[in-house]
Design a binder for this molecule. Structure first.
Ligand code: GDP
Ligand code: MG
Length: 320
């Protein structure tokens, strides 16, 4: 959806190459919240038009706050994808919840995403209650419209009633097929105030390429290994060296236990090879060039419990 960018020479350039916004230009930060698996990351990727947040059929994919930037001729929207709000089990869980709660306050508009193919439930109500703490306007987004059987459409009523009692806007769409996203985008822009360009118009994420690369590796681990492994994994991109025809990437997969290392490496290294091949293909789309990916696996006990280790591995542990 980033296709209709104004040509750079039409815009007067301000500091750091960020253009000066024309009058009436709208901009702002939009938080995407909701319980795990409702399609927050899929929605952000679809709106931004490129895959920057990893998605998966298992819950709890997104860890760091990740911004996706959509620039159109009339507006710049900076989406903040937040980790799913859930009850903390250990340190990493606490960090996720804290970051998500902070995101509610640090934005201009919130999209509260729900899964319209299931009935309004306790998880959604928990988040709805958190939203009592904020004055930020909310759009309740009924996602997975494509997955709604005819009988499921009765679920809409519960969501729409919730929105009506809170004075929230509503939108219905499918982040997967794209149906309804144009009108969501119009609604988002209408709810933002006039404002500047925060980022250059051609930027789609605030995260460095290295971070996205690590996420693409982690995504393959989520897809390919057993339940217990993915949440114990952290990826460090050790080195990226750009040669004339190829970019070489060296990455370490940190796990907590020997058994997890075994699963990731697989029989005769077969699993690691598959992870590498799949991740490399995704990365090549990101940089539009050839990549040689070298993966290493290292056991790093209890990294999730340690704030210092979390920080070293690239998790932003935010504090008030
Ligand atoms: P998050 O945890 O809220 O960020 O959810 P994800 O974006 O990772 O999506 C969770 C799962 O739901 C993935 O398997 C997505 O492909 C799927 N999903 C997301 N949006 C839709 C949608 O509009 N329709 C359908 N059928 N599936 C969706
Ligand atoms: Mg996500």
């Amino acid at each position: 959806m980033n296709a209709d960018l104004p040509a750079f020479d039409d815009l007067s350039l301000g500091l750091g190459g960020v253009p000066i916004a024309p009058p009436d230009f709208r901009s702002g930060f939009v938080g995407i919240i909701g319980r795990p698996n409702v399609g927050k990351s899929t929605l952000m990727n679809a709106l931004v038009g490129q895959k920057i947040a990893i998605t998966s059929p298992t819950a709890q994919t997104t860890r760091n706050r990740l911004k996706g930037i959509l620039t159109t001729p009339e507006a710049q929207i900076i989406f903040v994808d937040t980790p799913g709000i859930h009850k903390p089990h250990h340190k990493l869980g606490e960090v996720l919840v804290k970051n998500a709660q902070m995101a509610i306050h640090a934005v201009d508009l919130l999209v509260f995403v729900v899964d319209a193919s299931t009935e309004l439930g306790g998880g959604d109500r928990f988040i709805a209650d958190l939203l009592n703490q904020t004055d930020v306007p909310v759009i309740l987004g009924l996602n997975k419209a494509d997955q709604q059987a005819e009988s499921d459409q009765a679920y809409d009523r519960g969501y729409l009633e919730l929105a009506a009692t809170r004075g929230w806007h509503t939108a219905k769409f499918s982040a997967l097929t794209g149906a309804g996203l144009d009108s969501l985008q119009t609604q988002l822009i209408a709810n933002l105030e006039e404002g500047p360009y925060y980022y250059p118009p051609d930027l789609i994420t605030d995260q460095p390429e290295r971070f996205i690369m690590g996420e693409l590796i982690r995504e393959q681990i989520l897809h390919l290994t057993r339940e217990e492994v993915p949440h114990s994994v952290a990826i460090a991109i050790e080195k990226v060296s750009e040669e004339e025809k190829i970019t070489r990437v060296f990455a370490t997969i940190h796990v907590e236990r020997d058994s997890q290392k075994g699963i990731i490496i697989g029989k005769k290294g077969a699993m690691l090879k598959t992870i590498g091949t799949e991740a490399r293909q995704q990365m090549q789309k990101l940089i539009e060039g050839k990549i040689d990916l070298q993966l290493f696996v290292k056991v790093q006990p209890k990294w999730r419990q340690s704030r210092t280790r979390l920080a070293e591995l690239g998790y932003r542990v935010e504090t008030e």
